[in-house]
Design a protein around this ligand. Structure first.
Ligand code: PAF
Length: 264
């Protein structure tokens, strides 16, 4: 089946209804575009779980904390369409806007969205939960695939799905990493050559610290990080047996997490 680009919410909903009438299973891979190899892995995973794969590419304005960040977010719909097609998508859903001018309905998860990124990016997870709920209503997937790199996002979405009885199964796909261990992210492209090297060292520091186990990981991480001068720590926390961290390197915010006490 040739890949189809859909831009209208009603058109997307109609297509999904028709698939479901034929007994086809639908998978959703929600993205904000700027697709990379990590997204490719999510799309291929979705293809193994369903008969039809929809990749949504929508830069969701309500999850940004700054207008500059929103403006700077890479937009390349043509390239996204060909990458999604290569990875096996059936539909690329690229809506222009998912909010009415006077939209006043929000989805807010209030527990898992606390701490870590939630505290540093007020309103971010409310924007994420709201847009994912909208996408689920439009695409009506049986399954939706999310990257585990955004660990807290996965937790928030899973809680929302459970609490709102949304008929969708959330699948977490393991973090896809560059050769040096840095999680693949569209933000990596904004790093200078030098910052990119430092980012690779940072992710190895995180892994090394996590391997020392839950009791020592945080102290080790802080000590090792002091040697990586240009890295500004935003947070570092042990939660559910994992070391989670966010840093700023060369003006770019990066996040990662590693299981404590396990060498990987
Ligand atoms: O992870 C992302 O790219 C976004 O947060 C998501 C889930 C597509 C919602 O806009």
């Amino acid at each position: 089946m040739a890949v189809k680009i859909m831009t209208k919410p009603a058109q997307m909903q109609k297509a999904s209804r028709a698939w479901k009438k034929r007994g086809l299973r639908v998978a959703l891979v929600p993205t904000m575009g700027a697709l990379h190899a990590g997204h490719g892995a999510l799309i291929r995973r979705a293809g193994r779980l369903a008969d039809r794969v929809v990749v949504s590419c929508y830069v969701n304005p309500t999850q940004f904390n700054s207008r500059t960040d929103l403006r700077k977010y890479p937009r390349r719909p043509g390239l996204d369409a060909s990458l999604a097609k290569q990875a096996g998508a059936d539909v690329i859903f690229q809506p222009a806007n998912l909010y009415a001018g006077d939209a006043s309905t929000w989805v807010e998860e209030t527990e898992r969205s606390r701490g870590r990124c939630g505290d540093r990016r007020p309103g971010h997870f409310r924007g994420v939960a709201t847009v994912v709920a909208k996408l689920c209503h439009l695409v009506q997937p049986e399954v939706a695939v999310f990257g585990e790199k955004d660990h807290q996002q996965c937790e928030v979405i899973e809680r929302m799905v459970r609490d709102l009885f949304l008929p969708v199964r959330i699948v977490r796909h393991p973090t896809v990493r560059e050769k040096d261990g840095l999680p693949i992210s569209s933000r990596n492209l904004r790093l200078s050559r030098e910052s990119r090297q430092i980012a690779g060292r940072w992710t190895r520091v995180l892994q090394q610290a996590a391997a020392t186990g839950p009791g020592r990981a945080l102290g080790t991480y802080r000590r090792l990080l002091r040697a990586l001068r240009p890295v500004r720590s935003e947070y570092a926390e042990i939660l559910d047996g994992r070391l989670h961290a966010a840093v700023w390197i060369g003006g770019v915010r990066l996040i990662d997490h590693r299981p404590c006490g396990r060498k990987r």
